[in-house]
Design a protein around this ligand. Structure first.
Ligand SMILES: [Zn+2]
Length: 412
């Protein structure tokens, strides 16, 4: 057998079902043409003197590359004004009057050029790659007009072209009602369906469709109309669902056999049951839960009981989740939401991949899957969620190529 890259003497956290973490101690892994082509006990490795780089990762852990299934990473500016006002107890109206909140975000996003969006996003992308992320979802939904929505989606495509990570581009025009459609949400949905979505599809910019369905967002009926349009274009759907109230949003995703329903703090048992029936992933977002000082936690016990798989994501956005570090989200997923350490690691690997409809070729360490790999400077995968705000990413490998290293290489 020939290889392009070999990792030896290491602990493989395959995240398959066989045992906890799919753990294989003293394992080895061979890569060829960007895929995992051999995996097993190190002592069985088939080549004695390989003519390719060999990484001795003894004392470390290898997982599949992390999948961040929910982000608003393409944006300009920050939410510092909001943060400073919010922690002193300002109301939503007071923050809006000061130029913050959604209004400020929409105005900034509309004023930004495509180049500015790209340049301001690059440092976050680099931080994510250095945190082990190899697949990222990126949503539009900050400008809420034709030009700015298409700009964000074009930047998502450009980032995937220029950086070693895959980016799934999601159209989130239904994040909120655009200011010129104030009190005319149905007309705004029509505008999304008739103008922006077809333009995005025609330009090849969109992989999925998302919306914000809650008592302060769009109604299930409005989301149903949007999803019918998405389906007519062959696009999968997902939702920001039941974050502030129980709107039955997760059931709308289930009716369309969608990818994921995210947030879910207030989801009912009936909603979780419908999601289980349709195989919809729960996208849990502890960063926003923390920043918004939410006291209601998503019903993880019903998800386990009824069989809904749980993903975690950074939900990177300037207002409610300014974070790029998955291991921090794993820690919060355990401490705040009650996930087990193994569930938290699965949430950013196997289940994260399922939440993007990409489980067939990534998310676990298995022969035939893409060689998106992370070498972690830990001795057990449970350490990833264990430490607070700690990023032990040692090496990130995208499709068989090393694209980030934290320390001098141990290539032999
Ligand atoms: Zn979001």
């Amino acid at each position: 057998m020939s290889f392009d890259l070999i990792i030896r003497n290491t602990t493989l956290a395959c995240m398959t079902d066989a045992q906890p973490y799919g753990l294989l101690e003293r394992g080895a892994l061979g890569v060829k043409d960007g895929k995992i082509v051999w995996l097993g006990p190190d002592q069985d490795f088939p080549v004695e003197f390989p003519a390719c780089p060999v990484i001795d990762a003894s004392g470390m852990v290898v997982t599949a590359g992390l999948v961040d299934c929910h982000s608003h990473v393409v944006h300009v500016g920050d939410g510092l004004l909001d943060f400073e006002l919010k922690i002193t107890g300002a109301t939503r109206d007071e923050i809006a009057a000061a130029g913050g909140g959604v209004g400020g975000l929409v105005a900034r996003s509309r004023a930004a050029s495509e180049e500015q969006l790209y340049c301001e996003t690059v440092p976050r992308i680099k931080a994510m790659i250095a945190s082990g992320i190899t697949t990222l979802e990126s949503k539009s939904g900050l400008g809420l007009d034709l030009a700015s929505e298409l700009n964000v989606m074009r930047v998502s495509r450009a980032l995937a072209r220029d950086f070693p990570l895959d980016v799934q581009s999601t159209f989130l025009g239904a994040h909120g009602v655009a200011p010129e459609y104030k009190d005319r949400a149905d007309d705004y949905i029509d505008f999304l369906i008739e103008r922006i979505l077809p333009a995005a599809v025609q330009q090849g910019l969109v992989d999925a469709v998302d919306g914000f369905c809650d008592s302060i967002g769009f109604s299930p009926a409005q989301m149903t109309r949007l999803f019918e349009a998405a389906s007519s274009h062959g696009l999968p759907v997902k939702l920001h669902a039941d974050q502030y109230t129980d709107a039955g949003a997760g059931q709308v995703v289930a009716r369309f056999n969608g990818l994921s329903a995210d947030h879910l703090e207030y989801a009912s048992k009936a909603t979780i049951a419908a999601m289980a029936e349709a195989g919809v992933v729960a996208g849990l977002l502890p960063g926003a839960n923390w920043m918004l000082r939410e006291t209601q936690m998503p019903p993880v016990h019903w998800m386990r009981e009824l069989g809904v798989e749980m993903a975690l994501a950074t939900n990177n956005n300037p207002i409610s989740s300014p974070v790029t570090m998955p291991t921090m989200m794993m820690n919060m997923g355990c401490v705040r939401f009650g996930l087990t350490a193994e569930e938290a690691v699965a949430a950013f690997t196997r289940v994260g991949a399922k939440a993007l409809g990409m489980a067939a070729d990534r998310g676990t360490l298995e022969v035939g899957k893409v060689a998106d790999l992370v070498i972690w400077d830990v001795t057990h995968p449970g350490e990833l969620p264990y430490r607070i705000a700690h990023n032990p990413c040692h090496t990130t490998i995208k499709a068989g190529a090393v694209c980030y290293q934290a320390a001098p290489t141990r290539l032999q």
